[in-house]
Design a protein around this ligand. Sequence first.
Ligand SMILES: [Zn+2]
Length: 66
Amino acid sequence: MSDFVRNCQLCEIPMKSSPFLLCPDCLQEKEQVRVFLKKNPQVPLHELVDSTQIPISHVKKILGID
Ligand SMILES: [Zn+2]
């Protein structure tokens, strides 16, 4: 089944078969959030959103607080 398609867990766009649950754009956002939180572990959510420019709905899903 090489044409297996699923939706990105974050933005829900359909994507081609991938070992990841997220599309490339969202993987990048997730990495950005991860790096930012590593540098600023106690940062308030709104500051994370301001600094990374990632939509808060995505950030919440990335962090599993949706
Ligand atoms: Zn996505």
